[in-house]
Design a binder for this molecule. Structure first.
Ligand SMILES: NC(=O)c1ccc[n+]([C@@H]2O[C@H](COP(=O)([O-])OP(=O)(O)OC[C@H]3O[C@@H](n4cnc5c(N)ncnc54)[C@H](OP(=O)(O)O)[C@@H]3O)[C@@H](O)[C@H]2O)c1
Length: 294
């Protein structure tokens, strides 16, 4: 069994990005600039946005955060998006989700300039991705494909089972894995809460991706011998032995599943760091797209 080390892989890619950004600054005296809009005071969202700023700084990119009150109206948010769409100093931006309930998230995402949509959530980017055209890929699936690539895990002709069909992880990943591409060319089964006989399906998987949002849902009985298991789930559970008072676990019961696997991602240190790196890769791409600098 081999652990897929997302943390080390992310660091490696971070260094590659750092080198590219330094070369861009050297040549053009301009750094890729990622902006984030944060509406409300949700602590988890605040942490995610702070991490994005930290990641940008660590590779020499510029970042800025537009903090808006939880009472911000949809119209006000749309105005901020229109401003960022036009601002030539900002190459890519994200609207941190979730948004307060009074705001229509579909309307917000549709208002983002697709060429600056570094989350890859705009219908135009998702449509382009589905057609195999150049697009921004949603960060988590993009990060997972990059991990498979860097570990030389063959996807061609394999049975891939994706557990969970969210718009940000399961659904785009199932499409990316089934495209005529490398990684890709898999036979993909996408499972959700109405799937029957789940374990019978997951036991067929050469590559199983768990993005179900249920702590330790995937057990050893659900795994084929020598499978590759990618655990997307992140859950905080109480752990009095840790200074923080909690630990992170995934959607997979790691201790019993790992011995059956060829490859497996841990939680933490698997998919999470790669999601963060994928956003930086998309920001670099947005810089090139919006400035025409290659
Ligand atoms: N590591 C990272 O960077 C990262 C990034 C994003 C998310 N996450 C984590 O990944 C997990 C999934 O998040 P998400 O946003 O993709 O998913 P989500 O929106 O929570 O959706 C969960 C999906 O799992 C399906 N599901 C739920 N219970 C099921 C069951 N018993 N059997 C089969 N399918 C079931 C749901 O089916 P229905 O569609 O039928 O409801 C849904 O499609 C969460 O733990 C989240 O925190 C991690």
């Amino acid at each position: 069994m081999k652990i897929i080390d997302g943390k080390t892989t992310a660091e490696l890619i971070k260094n590659e990005i750092k080198t590219e950004v330094a070369a861009i600054i050297d040549k053009y005296n301009s750094a890729p600039h990622l902006a984030a809009i944060l509406v409300g005071e949700d602590p988890a969202s605040n942490t995610y946005v702070n991490n994005k700023e930290k990641d940008c700084r660590s590779v020499g990119m510029t970042s800025s955060v537009y903090r808006m009150s939880s009472r911000t109206s949809e119209e006000e948010l749309l105005r901020t998006i229109a401003f960022l769409n036009e601002d030539e100093q900002i190459h890519g931006f994200i609207v941190q989700l979730p948004l307060p309930e009074h705001i229509n998230v579909d309307r917000i995402i549709a208002a983002i300039n697709p060429n600056k949509d570094v989350d890859g959530f705009h219908p135009i980017n998702l449509g382009r991705m589905m057609l195999g055209q150049d697009s921004f890929l949603p960060a988590t699936p993009f990060g997972i494909l990059e991990l498979l690539k860097r570990y030389n895990i063959e996807t061609k002709g394999k049975n891939c089972v994706v557990l969970g069909r969210s718009n940000i992880v399961g659904t785009p990943l199932s499409i990316m894995l089934s495209r005529k591409n490398d990684p890709g060319n898999s036979t993909v089964t996408l499972c959700h809460s109405y799937s029957n006989n789940l374990a019978d399906i997951t036991r067929q998987a050469d590559i199983l991706i768990a993005a179900i949002g249920k702590p330790e849902f995937v057990t050893k009985e659900m795994i084929k011998e020598n499978a590759t298991v990618i655990d997307v789930g992140i859950h905080r559970v109480v752990d009095h032995e840790k200074n923080s008072g909690y630990k992170l676990i995934g959607d997979v019961k790691f201790d019993e599943v790992a011995p059956k696997c060829n490859y497996i991602t841990p939680v933490p240190g698997g998919v999470g760091p790669m999601t963060r790196i994928a956003l930086l890769l998309n920001t670099l791409k947005a810089f090139r797209k919006t400035t025409g600098i290659s």
